[in-house]
Write a protein that binds this ligand. Structure first.
Ligand SMILES: C[S@@+](CC[C@H](N)C(=O)[O-])C[C@H]1O[C@@H](n2cnc3c(N)ncnc32)[C@H](O)[C@@H]1O
Length: 299
């Protein structure tokens, strides 16, 4: 299997000329021609088949390489972290994940030689992720914080750790909040999966989004992974409500990717006949997609 994090190899054939290049513009002698926010060498753009640019992601199965494993109900497929870090960070950049969960982004940061600060409300999970990260990176390049992403105190807490890493801001934000009450993650009153009522959930999410905005470097990107839900026979477009909250705190929307949720299910197919019957009876469609939304903080 091809390593999705591999670097493009050197090609001196001249066949990699980028579409906007003028003949004889001396690309070969120049420093790598990368975007300001990634290590993708645009002069060798044909070599980046492993970096996705289409807005539809049909992922056959979870990546189980590089330390990734399915050990948490509610984790995202590692490919989301892989693609986000490849596309929107440079080596040694700091990723801030305010809903760390089982640490998929931390494992990917370790693999791609990025740094990371992760925040998670469940102390047991923070300890669990600590056990998965290479010990020499902990407390230095990878910092795992027990905290509440919706509480304003998290901004100062993260800033102290940024300062300990000689930085003022993170260069990429990852937000994978609970999809409201679809999965309950803990008994903690600040847990977004326990918040009663959609407006209160959205207000809590908006607080986390505002903290993310404050901690992100201008011109850099934020990734929101979110799905919709049904309640009382009605579709609740949670993804679009959260997009609205991201915009309200100042983010500009860059992209909406639709990805399948196959390959991220436990007991796949187990209840499919029942759901199909219910869908046919109730006139709805069974969710097979969620969103990877991309935002940018303006300068
Ligand atoms: C959808 S999961 C994230 C999964 C993660 N992306 C992974 O791959 O493992 C959401 C996580 O947010 C945590 N959480 C809920 N409310 C929170 C809050 N107010 N602050 C920080 N974390 C919170 C939950 O405990 C849960 O682990």
């Amino acid at each position: 299997m091809t390593d999705p994090t591999r670097q493009a190899h050197t090609d001196t054939s001249g066949s990699q000329q980028r579409p906007d290049a003028e003949p004889g513009d001396g690309q070969a002698d120049a420093a790598p021609n990368t975007p300001a926010y990634s290590d993708i060498d645009l002069d060798r753009w044909r070599e980046y088949d492993h970096v996705w640019t289409d807005s539809l992601w049909l992922i056959e199965s979870r990546d189980a390489t590089g330390g990734h494993e399915l050990d948490y109900h509610g984790s995202f497929v590692p490919q989301i972290a892989t693609q986000s870090l490849l596309r929107y960070t440079k080596g040694d950049d700091i990723v801030l994940d305010l809903f760390l969960g089982s640490g998929t982004s931390a494992i990917e940061a370790q693999r791609q030689k990025r740094r990371l600060i992760g925040v998670e409300l469940r102390a047991d999970l923070v300890e669990y992720v600590r056990g998965k990260v290479r010990p020499e990176l902990l407390g230095d390049r990878i910092r795992l914080l027990h905290g509440d992403a919706t509480d304003e105190a998290i901004v100062g807490h993260v800033r102290r750790h940024l300062s300990g890493m000689d930085a003022d801001h993170a260069q990429l934000v990852v937000l994978h909040p609970p999809y409201h009450d679809i999965i309950t993650f803990s008994d903690h009153s600040a847990d977004l999966s326990r918040i009663d009522g959609l407006p209160h959930f959205l207000d809590g999410f908006e607080s986390a989004a505002r903290h993310a905005f404050q901690l992100l470097e201008p011109q850099r990107f934020a990734i929101l992974v979110i799905g919709d839900k049904y309640a009382r026979g009605e579709l609740i477009p949670l993804g679009f409500y959260c997009l609205d909250r991201m915009q309200r705190v100042g983010f500009r929307t860059k992209a909406i990717v639709v990805k399948n949720i196959e390959g991220n299910e436990r007991g796949k197919g187990r209840d499919s006949n029942l759901w199909r019957y219910r869908a046919l009876r109730g006139g709805f469609y069974i969710f097979k997609h969620e969103y990877v939304m991309v935002f940018r903080k303006p300068s």
